[in-house]
Design a protein around this ligand. Structure first.
Ligand code: FMN
Length: 322
């Protein structure tokens, strides 16, 4: 991996990769060159406060954070760019990939890919702002896998630093095959640096992408890193997963102010993606917990299981991943 090191980016996952997760991943495991924030948006005429808090530089000290915005209306996008510039950001990512129907059907995220005229208006407005560089995170299209062909020429307006592509269409959500053929066509057609994003679950997967697509500028990892935040830490110690988890508990205890029930729910939600190898019984105990004490006992049992598995991992198995 080190021989042909290209940047590794942590994909944004709404509800998972917030500042608490990012700081814990960085502190315990690392190996990520830059983190994208889950998308920020304008609601009721203002930038959501929660989103602004999440990208507050004080809450992201020591990491490279690329804030991401989602908007269809240029004035909404400009409000977010302005707020981010005031916080000191000069690099902002534009979301043209979100497939979630309530968003996409309002012509935002991947839904916008079916309306190049809207993309053009958005890019024109963004390009007029001084002192910011943009990147774009997108899919191949909304309901057709060649809609990127109408959007790619519009990138001339924005001059993006790079374009990250998840090779599906929005209508697929997260299901179905990755459309590698269209990704390759876009990679060939794009004059802009391209980033591959999709189903990378191990260092070996990343090496496969790098050798298959030597011109790719970076790789972006989402659910694989949420499942195993230690993906890039071959020397991770058995109790690192517990340390990572404890930092999440501390962070959310401080940042969530909706009481114990909200805290427990949020921690339970983490296990929807975290350590998917967790045994059914252990997972069920986490889901069933109602108090923080019950949750902590259930999580401790699941984490002890991980520690046991890692402690009994034969040496040569660890070497094989290096
Ligand atoms: C729960 C969830 C939340 C997501 N939130 C965002 C987001 O806020 N912004 C974005 O650009 N993509 C978002 N994505 C898409 C991911 O960043 C990524 O493109 C996708 O999961 C494919 O990469 P992966 O196979 O490595 O997970 C989200 C995906 C999931 C599953």
């Amino acid at each position: 991996m080190d021989n042909n090191k290209i940047p590794v980016l942590a994909a944004p996952l709404q509800g998972v990769t917030d500042n608490v997760w990012r700081m814990a991943q960085h502190a315990v495991f690392g190996g990520v060159d830059a983190y994208y924030s889950p998308f920020m948006r304008v609601e009721h005429g203002e930038v959501r406060r929660k989103d602004l808090r999440d990208v507050d530089p004080e809450r992201n000290a020591g990491i490279t954070l690329i804030p991401q915005i989602l908007a269809c209306q240029p004035d909404h996008a400009l409000m977010m760019v302005d707020a981010l510039q005031q916080m000191g950001y000069h690099r902002i990512d534009i979301n043209l990939g979100c497939p979630f129907p309530p968003i996409a059907l309002h012509r935002k995220g991947s839904g916008m890919l079916a309306y190049p005229d809207l993309v053009e208006a958005l890019f024109k407005a963004l390009a007029a702002v001084d002192g910011v560089e943009y990147s774009v995170k997108m899919r191949l299209g909304w309901d057709r896998n060649d809609q990127w062909r109408d959007v790619l020429p519009l990138m001339d307006l924005l001059k993006p630093v790079n374009i990250a592509v998840h090779p599906r269409i929005g209508k697929q959500q997260y299901k179905g095959e990755l459309d590698i053929e269209q990704f390759e066509a876009m990679l060939t057609a794009s004059p802009w640096p391209m980033i591959y994003n999709g189903s990378l679950r191990s260092v070996e997967d990343i090496e496969g992408v790098i050798s298959r697509y030597p011109t790719v500028a970076a790789v972006m990892v989402g659910s694989g890193l949420a499942a195993n935040p230690g993906m890039f830490a071959p020397d991770a110690k058995p109790d690192d997963y517990r340390r990572f988890h404890d930092l999440l508990v501390d962070g959310y205890t401080q940042q969530l102010n909706g009481g114990e029930a909200q805290l427990v729910r949020h921690l339970q939600d983490i296990w929807q993606t975290f350590l998917p190898g967790t045994g059914h019984k252990l997972f069920k105990a986490i889901r069933k917990s109602r108090t923080i004490e019950q949750y902590e006992n259930a999580a401790a049992a699941a984490l002890a299981d991980v520690e046991n598995a890692l402690s009994s991992k034969p040496e040569d198995e660890t070497d094989a991943t290096e």
